[in-house]
Write a new protein. Structure first.
Lengths: 298, 267
């Protein structure tokens, strides 16, 4: 058992992979809490796809993909804001338009490259085994910035997520905080691209946070649980990937989804099975709990 | 906090609007509103749906800029959210599934004076508890807000506003969907706050309740129909002008006429 656990760590590429997934689990776990509390899952997915052209352009130019992605994220979030300013189109319609358009632009740009199909594959599904030390440092640095921003402005983000109108009346600039949040979210997404890829990054943002929400009614505990679940799912998924040959991104997401399903069914208070069982134990059922002579137990 | 002498309480204007108009696109929401609100005023804002009650509160809170005219707080132009003016939005706008306890929700009222890098300390927590005690919710301090009843949620909203402080309290439909004990509590709290010199403006749909809880009522239907003490304002013609349709004022007794508004005209 011990050797089963330690064996993957003997390879440098696996050490890097483990550290990358732990960082991604932590960072996405924290910011993911605010993504689900504000109902921004669709925006998270859209942002991951819409920043694709930025990543591709920096890839083609040989620059840092993080910078390209961040520029794209800023443009995308402004564009979404501008389109949904008018009265006729809702926010999620604007997101839908920009998301599909941005992703198509990324695919078209990438198709000009000779290694199109291999590159597209690694963009979409990540290539965790190719994480280098430099990538790790960059991930850690950007992740630290994201965590600090969320911690520094946690009360504003909480106030906005709970009651926007009141937050605004306190003098909190909703537009500025929404932009700040989008940029932090984009940074979290970008540093996850290499590990889990474009398509599955949403799971790292949403699934651990959703699992944590099932387990607690306290924001602080939810943030802690969400990041723990994200990191643990990441590590377990990597073991699964290493020993069973499942693509790493898929393995990590499957483990996270499995944890969610278990919690969904048996969470102490809110689980689908546990809450039903609890109701049965605590409240009599006039038709079920009936003796043969017809007298009900109450 | 400066203490007000009783003689000063009802004489100092805190909020003034002059020829205030608000348009949403081409649609006018408010037109030509000029009012003066004194310290210690309790004003019930009445009008049908779409009459601009919420808009007026939002303008006074600095959330919506006027398209024309001006409004000022203690002589200074309101150009955005202003310290000293506390706004309590409609309950329906908040996310009641949010993982937060009543006391933590109240602490959000501290707003910009919140500590940045440390958790809330004993001083802040005891102030939040005091605000909860004022709305008789101290025993529910650690309950998740979603587990509270509608009336209790509205009390948490009011406690959050009390913690924010300020000399003007703007409430958007605080009595909607809340039980009678909560309504009674709010009315007595309004009286206490009035004595401290705090001006209260609240939107409501309940004419009887507005008469009982307010010094003045304001009838609004995009334009200002009337403002003044309830007894002077609650006349059939004015209510009819605000609400349209048939309005019946039933004199149940000399001192408390019942008002039925918004009935449809028979063809």
């Amino acid at each position: 058992m011990i050797s089963w656990l330690t064996e993957p760590w003997t390879h440098a590429f696996m050490q890097h992979a483990f550290m990358a997934i732990i960082l991604v689990g932590l960072i996405c776990g924290v910011i993911g809490v605010f993504v689900i509390l504000r109902g921004l899952a669709f925006l998270g997915d859209a942002l991951a796809h819409a920043i694709f052209p930025g990543v591709v352009i920096s890839f083609i130019l040989g620059g840092n993909y993080l910078i390209g992605a961040l520029i794209a994220a800023v443009i995308v979030s402004f564009a979404i804001g501008a389109i949904s300013q008018g009265q006729r189109l809702s926010n999620d319609t604007a997101i839908g338009v920009i998301f599909a358009g941005g992703f198509a632009l990324g695919v078209a740009l990438l198709s000009t490259q000779q290694s199109y199909s291999r590159d597209l594959n690694s963009f979409l599904f990540g290539s965790i085994l190719s994480v280098k030390q430099d990538d790790l440092l960059l991930t850690a640095a950007v992740g630290l910035v994201v965590l600090l921003v969320v911690y520094w402005r946690r009360r504003e983000f909480t106030s906005i997520a709970f009651d926007r109108a009141f937050a605004q009346s306190l003098g909190i600039n909703l537009w500025a905080y929404d932009q700040l949040f989008l940029i932090a979210l984009a940074m979290a997404i970008v540093i996850s691209l290499q590990t889990v890829g474009n398509v599955l990054v949403l799971a790292m943002l949403v699934t651990p946070a959703a699992t944590a929400r099932m387990l607690t009614n306290r924001l602080r505990i939810m943030v802690a649980l969400s990041s723990l679940i994200g990191m643990a799912s990441g590590m377990l998924g990597l073991y699964l990937s290493y020993y069973q040959g499942v693509p790493s991104g898929a393995a990590v997401v499957l483990v996270a989804t499995g944890v969610f399903l278990v919690v969904f069914l048996v969470a102490p208070e809110s689980g689908a099975i546990t809450s039903r069982l609890r109701r049965r134990l605590h409240h009599g059922h006039p038709e079920r709990d009936r003796f043969e002579d017809g007298a009900a137990v109450s | 906090m400066p203490s007000f002498l009783p003689s000063q309480v009802n004489t100092a204007p805190v909020l003034t609007t002059r020829d205030l108009s608000v348009h949403y696109g081409n649609r006018p929401a408010l037109e030509g509103i000029s009012i003066t609100i004194q310290a210690g005023d309790v004003i019930g804002l009445l009008g049908p749906n779409g009459s601009g009650k919420s808009t007026l509160l939002r303008v006074l809170a600095g959330l919506v800029p006027p398209s024309h005219g001006s409004c000022s707080f203690r002589g200074r132009q309101i150009n955005g959210p202003t310290p000293g003016i506390t706004y309590v939005p409609q309950r329906a706008g908040a996310d009641w599934t949010f993982p937060i306890s009543a006391i933590d929700a109240v602490l959000l009222g501290l707003g910009r004076s919140t500590p940045r890098f440390r958790p809330f300390g004993g001083g802040e927590r005891s102030r939040a508890r005091e605000a909860l005690r004022q709305v008789e919710m101290e025993q529910h301090a650690n309950v998740q807000i979603g587990a509270l009843s509608g009336g209790q949620q509205q009390r948490v909203f009011l406690a959050r506003a009390l913690l924010s402080g300020g000399s003007v309290l703007l409430l958007d439909e605080p009595f909607t969907g809340v039980d009678i004990p909560t309504q009674t509590l709010f009315v007595s709290l309004f009286t206490d706050l009035k004595e401290e010199g705090i001006a209260i403006v609240y939107a409501t749909h309940d004419l009887d309740q507005a008469r009982d809880a307010s010094d003045k009522v304001m009838l609004l239907n995009r334009r200002l129909i009337a403002i003044g003490p309830p007894d002077e304002i609650f006349h059939t013609s004015k209510i009819q002008e605000a609400f349209g349709g048939n309005v019946i004022v039933v004199n149940a007794s000399e001192t408390s006429p019942r008002i039925v508004a918004g009935g449809r005209k028979r063809q």
